[in-house]
Write a protein that binds this ligand. Structure first.
Ligand code: URA
Length: 246
């Protein structure tokens, strides 16, 4: 027997947790006719409503469809120079999202990180379970990076990366096997299943090379779409999320 029940929430609490303002502000907005549900003004924000995924198609706030409810997953083509960490200088990847999303609770975080100088596929979510499933070392979700290199490959890198014996400087556990596909003497695709700090750059540094550009193209079965320009993002569908684990 299934025990799953649609969760309900007070309207003011829900909208406030989605970044639409304090509960008092949401109340004022609703009383002024700024919240509609199923085509009718919703003025009593103390009422509880079912929080279903279709709510954004049924609720308007200030004349706009409600933002996605909890469980949102954003696919961003991270541009060069943006950071994933508030501890670093520079524009944050979160800055590309709507301002009010900063106040969402649960908060939105990146699923893993890309360096400031790395571009490409980056996911952000407020779904902690999904985040842990993607980054869990036990799941071995493959990440594919395209690297351009300062020096031509020697030809020995692929075997070393695949050996499971490469030890990065300052670490005491060798890297899991990674797969190198040579595209040209100074360009390669590298598939890794771990997410160690600056991993790809340090792997090439370990073989006397230097990564000049680094771009993540794929995460599990999810490929960065060609039509998503750097800096652009969109919400992911359930099928796309499932593709990560295929
Ligand atoms: N490896 C790196 O060195 N940098 C990244 O951003 C991702 C993987």
């Amino acid at each position: 027997m299934s025990s799953s029940k649609t969760p309900t929430a007070r309207v003011d609490k829900l909208l406030s947790s989605m970044g639409y303002g304090s509960r008092a502000e949401v109340g004022r907005l609703a009383r002024a006719g700024g919240v509609e549900l199923d085509g009718r003004d919703l003025t009593d924000v103390s009422q509880r409503i079912p929080v279903t995924p279709d709510l954004p198609t049924r609720m308007l706030v200030d004349g706009e469809p409600l933002d996605p409810v909890a469980g949102l997953v954003v696919l961003l083509n991270k541009p060069l120079g943006m950071t994933c960490s508030r501890k670093e200088d520079g524009a944050l990847v979160y800055d590309v999202l709507p301002d009010r999303w900063r106040a969402r609770d649960p908060a939105i975080s990146t699923i893993g990180r890309l360096d400031k100088q790395t571009t490409g596929l980056l996911l952000l979510t407020d779904d902690g379970d999904l985040l842990h499933r993607v980054i869990s070392p036990r799941r071995h979700v493959a990440k594919v990076y395209r690297a351009t290199l300062a020096r031509p490959l020697s030809g020995t890198e692929g075997a070393l990366f695949a050996s499971g014996e490469l030890m990065l400087e300052g670490e005491d556990k060798p890297l899991s096997p990674a797969m190198l596909e040579v595209v040209s003497p100074t360009e390669a695709l590298l598939t890794v299943t771990e997410g160690r700090y600056h991993q790809v750059r340090r792997m090439f540094a370990a073989v006397g090379n230097h990564v000049e550009t680094l771009h993540r193209e794929r995460l599990g079965g999810l490929v960065l779409p060609d039509d998503l320009a750097p800096g652009q993002w969109r919400l992911m569908t359930a099928d796309e999320i499932a593709a990560i684990f295929e």
